[in-house]
Design a protein around this ligand. Sequence first.
Ligand code: AN7
Length: 356
Amino acid sequence: MFSGVIGRYKDFLPVSGSTPEVTLGEGGTPLVRSRSIGPMLGCEGLYFKLEGCNPTGSFKDRGMAMAIARALETGRERVICASTGNTSASAAAYGSRYGLETLVLVPAGEVALGKLAQAMAYGARILAVGGNFDDAFRTVMGLVDILDIELVNSLNPYRIQGQKTAAFEVVDDLGDAPDMLCVPVGNAGNITSYWLGFNEYAKAGLSRKLPRMMGFQASGSAPIALGRRVDNPETVATAIRIGNPANWESANRVRDESGGMIDMVADEEILSAYLRLAREEGVFCEPASAASVAGLMRLPDLGVEVKGKTAVCVLTGNGLKDPGTAESRALVEMEYVAPDLEAVASMLSVDAGGWR
Ligand code: AN7
């Protein structure tokens, strides 16, 4: 029986007999083959890893299960994070389930509604900081020095350990690693995790190759791609609105070791990929997640061959996290109509069994 990432991948995780098997049923997410974008690009196979199918709707749950297990094992009663939204939703969920007090610091006015609703419902204490994620994170790092509290941001190595299980699943499903893995980059914890996972599986003889790691930031918020801190990051993809990533060095190492790249995509490209995924693939992810697909679509222009390649795009979060962007950017107007057949038929100009 499948029982979350710790239960399933124990042998590859730093757990002992005394580590509680924390789970909300995370992991085991679908790897769905592209029907439109992959064939258009001439990929041998393009797959979407639907991390929005995790219990709180993002990939963060994999790492959170491990971080919370560790917090419990070491007797902590409180956990803390700074977050653009998804980490706070995940921390709040696992925190409430295991009786830990959860404190989250978020950039005021810059967190998508669904994520805030989650943190509220799970009962976290939420401090809305009058600044951006980087300000909130700096404050959290100060707080962990003076409080008896477990940091559950991706600087916590157990987060990385839990998240590497997504790479295991990709290999388990495909039979080997893909030629390339495309992933959105914010704090660069996830790209670090996947690379660790692919390497561990290769060492264990469970895969033959290693993928090129292709990370994508939003162009208004692209410190790693630009090679310098961004003081006022801006992007429609609020999840990755981060100007000074915690795992910056590690992202550069992953890029170099894998022969990959960390590049950037414009908000318009992100939104265009976001709508294409929804309209041509039936996959509704949040804007930050679509940066992976926007990035893949740019690769031919950057001189990177995608024809004949196997690629996986990690769709890190569920589209329902950010209803505001769907409502404002999907270009569909609701049509209001009286509640009777004649009015509806007339609005549709019903004609010969169809409508105009
Ligand atoms: C949907 O929740 O940083 O490069 O505080 O929510 O590992 O940071 C979220 C990041 C990609 C970037 N996609 O991952 C947070 C937070 C989604 C995300 C990322 C995030 P990292």
